[in-house]
Design a protein around this ligand. Structure first.
Ligand SMILES: *[C@@H]1O[C@H](CO)[C@@H](O)[C@H](O)[C@H]1NC(C)=O
Ligand SMILES: *[C@@H]1O[C@H](CO)[C@@H](O)[C@H](O)[C@H]1NC(C)=O
Length: 354
């Protein structure tokens, strides 16, 4: 019996390896001439997400893919990430400063395409005169599924804040954003989360309306673990202190500071919080750490995301993903959309046999 399972999985593995870049292949039919405007989707099918079942993966460095944003949606990823840089009153998108080009802006690569996709998902026609309440999301198979737009503030957070807030206006005015109304979270098709230098003080400033949520420091939700290390480095800093630490002074962070009224994710660098897996395996102690962090985040209503998980060798990456998934982490950060969505790393039936 075991032999048969192994044979089948091996055979599937071989078939799949013929299509190493399946996502690009699928989206290839949408590919545009190199000089085309990346945001022009007029040639794209209207039923953009038909047959796509959303999964909890988060497409990191989404703009590296040939068809940014759409690749992630096509793969069923429920989150995309854009690293934004403020220069000359415009928000540019790129992993590094050197990668920036004039046409790669937040507006062109994310806001405008999302407006177009959501416009198609929420049509106003003779037959359908009113938009649905709540609005439909980007996934046809599950219209209530939100897509997380994770905006990583790369430059000064305080300076970039108003630009990001203003650029979200079309999504906000169309009722597409998840927001906090002073007492409840109202889910929308797009949930915007600020990370990097995104300032907590600006996110939490209004007590009656918020539609950008914080990426809370996961390791700080667990009682005072890691305290000493962070204290010595960041004492008194409130500015651009990176993910989970910007716009709030270190002394003001308590395990209950972050909850679903002001934050969406609780994240941390895997390497920093858990450490490097020894001998390609997580130790019991590391798994305990993960478990405690996940429990603390869930208590606060936040979704857990580890970033910087090892991606090589593949067996280690899959081991880590499996542990995270089985411990209840909510989002996998992926550079490799195909493997993440294919779930070949998920605990499989054959695992019961050994
Ligand atoms: C927020 O929205 C909920 C659900 O629609 C509603 O019951 C509640 O009264 C609203 N809260 C405020 C402060 O407007
Ligand atoms: C969320 O946290 C803030 C502090 O950051 C606190 O004032 C608020 O009462 C908390 N809300 C809930 C619903 O826990």
């Amino acid at each position: 019996m075991l032999g048969i399972f192994q044979f089948i999985s091996l055979a599937c593995g071989i078939v799949i390896s013929f299509f190493p870049d399946e996502i690009d292949r699928v989206t290839g039919r949408w590919r545009q001439p190199p000089d085309a405007d990346p945001a022009d989707i007029t040639r794209w099918p209207t039923d953009i997400s038909r047959d796509i079942v959303p999964v909890s993966c988060h497409s990191h460095n989404d703009y590296w893919r040939r068809v940014p944003l759409y690749s992630a949606i096509e793969a069923g990823c429920t989150g995309v990430e854009a690293d934004v840089w403020l220069f000359d009153d415009e928000l540019f998108v790129g992993h590094t400063r050197a990668a920036l080009t004039p046409s790669r802006t937040l507006r062109k690569m994310y806001i405008d395409p999302l407006m177009k996709i959501l416009g198609k998902q929420n049509p106003i026609t003779h037959f359908h005169p009113d938009t649905d309440q709540p609005r439909n999301g980007v996934f046809d198979t599950d219209p209530s599924q939100t897509l997380v737009l994770l905006i990583d503030f790369k430059t000064d957070g305080e300076e970039a804040w108003n630009y990001v807030y203003t650029q979200l206006t079309p999504l906000r005015e169309s009722g597409y954003l998840t927001y906090y109304n002073g007492s409840d979270i109202i889910n929308g098709p797009i949930t915007v989360v600020g990370t990097g230098n995104a300032p907590f003080n600006r996110i939490a400033a209004s007590t009656t309306y918020r539609d950008i949520f914080f990426d809370a420091p996961l390791n700080r939700l667990v009682n005072n673990v890691d305290r000493i290390d962070i204290n010595t480095r960041l004492k008194g800093r409130t500015g651009n202190a990176g993910q989970g630490m910007s716009g709030i002074s270190d002394g003001d962070i308590r395990p209950d500071t972050f909850n679903l009224t002001n934050s969406y994710y609780a994240s941390v660098s895997f390497k920093k919080a858990v450490g490097v897996p020894w001998m390609l395996h997580l130790t019991d102690r590391q798994i305990q750490t993960i478990r405690a962090q996940i429990r603390a985040a869930h208590r606060q209503g936040l979704k857990v995301r580890y970033w910087g998980t090892p991606d090589w060798p593949r067996s280690l990456r899959n081991h880590v993903w499996r542990v995270l998934a089985s411990e209840g982490a909510d989002m996998l950060n992926v550079d490799d959309l195909v493997s993440a969505t294919r779930k070949d790393w998920a605990p499989s039936f054959s695992d019961w046999w050994h």
